[in-house]
Design a protein around this ligand. Structure first.
Ligand code: NAD
Length: 369
């Protein structure tokens, strides 16, 4: 089952760094959009991407914003540039999809949502991994009652940070980085997609290493000062009743704890890595001694980064809600700020924002020709 695309949404990509390759590679799969231009402050990177992925135009950011052809900007800049470029794109009359987090500060996040509303434009934000087959299947099991009423959730993202592999890792240790802002969006978005919005949070946060040494090229040996917490142990209370535990860390050398588990009155669901699109999924039901491996009945189980903006492009054409949307991303942002604030102020943080659970993707061939 599919539908005939009425028109293609013309897209411009801003930020041709580390993550951009997978977007350029994947976006050609989606007939509802076409990448017509790319841009980067470092024009060499934009020219390199244009040549590698046969993109028609290399524009400056200003040219991109002025282009009457481009309807949707995909913002793949570092977090510190997210909000300002989103605001520029919206002011130029363009829909915008931004890598995570939607903004660094809550104030900037609010400005982006407010401007989009005033202009009648859409804001989307990564992650879009929850649109992959693994997490979609978990939601289907959850909706169909396989684990009953949710009781608790555990989520762990434990490692030693990206300075061992990322070519430009400094931003991970500035405000808007750290394990919570860098990896938290995958975990918190998935928890919200499964369990609904979060009511209040509390946490303890710390910095175990004040300085980091880059172990990747081209900055091998350079020291980075750490300006954001790198180990955050949090508790999340969901509106629907479940109590969640979330630990994100760049301060540990390894971990064997599961990434996400959802415990319900009728069973436990072992949820796959929310930074990926596939499985495995395991289910444990009362009275059964073994975990059952669950087959995945949804598409997009391979690296499908770009499905979020593709869903958004179809939403623009079909005038329907999009799934990786600004309200969800803002609720995730407020949750992350709330966790840090709770640790700093020795108290729970009560969330002011809320969001609705995005709908399941409708069928296996969704968005594909
Ligand atoms: N690298 C990953 O594995 C990864 C994975 C998922 C998400 N992300 C997210 O993607 C975003 C980008 O990460 P990255 O790893 O590609 O970073 P990067 O530093 O490799 O690339 C960012 C690019 O944006 C350009 N840029 C910066 N400010 C700009 C501006 N104002 N206008 C135009 N171009 C600008 C830089 O020149 C650079 O080429 C971040 O938000 C990050 O959290 C990265």
């Amino acid at each position: 089952m599919g539908f005939t695309t009425v028109r293609k949404v013309k897209v411009g990509i801003v930020g041709c760094g580390n993550i951009s390759d997978i977007y350029f590679e994947n976006l050609v799969r989606f007939s509802v959009l076409e990448v017509v231009a790319c841009s980067d402050l470092d024009s060499d990177k934009a020219y390199h991407a244009a040549e590698k992925f046969q993109v028609k135009n290399v524009f400056t950011v200003e040219e991109m914003l002025r282009s009457s052809e481009i309807e949707l900007i995909i913002n793949l800049t570092p977090p510190s540039a997210h909000a300002s470029l989103c605001l520029d794109a919206l002011n130029a009359g363009k829909h915008v999809y931004v890598e995570k987090p939607i903004a660094v500060t809550l104030e900037d996040g609010k400005k982006v949502l407010k401007l989009a509303k005033e202009k009648g434009l859409l804001v989307g934000s990564a992650p879009d991994t929850f649109l992959g087959g693994g997490i979609q299947m978990c939601r289907k099991l959850f909706d169909d009652g396989w684990i009953g009423r949710p009781v608790a959730a555990n989520a762990f993202m434990m490692g030693h940070g990206p300075e061992g592999w990322h070519p430009n890792p400094e931003f991970f240790y500035q405000e808007g980085g750290g394990p919570l802002f860098d990896m938290g969006p995958y975990y918190i978005t998935t928890l919200i997609f499964l369990l609904g919005s979060i009511r209040r949070v509390t946490a303890s946060a710390s910095v175990s290493f004040q300085e980091r040494t880059i172990k990747s090229e081209p900055h091998y040996g350079k020291k980075i000062q750490v300006h954001t917490p790198t180990h955050i142990s949090g508790v999340l209370d969901f509106e629907e009743g479940a109590v969640g535990t979330l630990v994100t860390s760049f301060d540990v050398w390894g971990s064997q704890v599961p990434r996400i588990e959802i415990h319900g009155t009728e069973g436990t669901l072992s949820v796959p890595d929310p930074n990926r699109f596939g499985g495995p999924i395991f289910l444990k039901r009362p009275g059964e001694s073994d975990w059952e491996k669950i087959p995945i009945l949804f598409g997009f189980t391979e690296n499908s980064r770009g499905i979020g903006p593709a869903d958004m492009a179809e939403a623009i054409v079909m005038n329907r809600p999009h799934r990786a949307n600004g309200e969800l991303a803002f609720h995730v942002l407020e949750t992350m700020h709330g966790l840090l604030e709770a640790s700093e102020w020795n108290r729970h943080y009560l969330l002011k924002s809320t969001c609705t659970k995005p709908e399941l993707v409708p069928h296996v061939g969704f968005l594909l020709n």
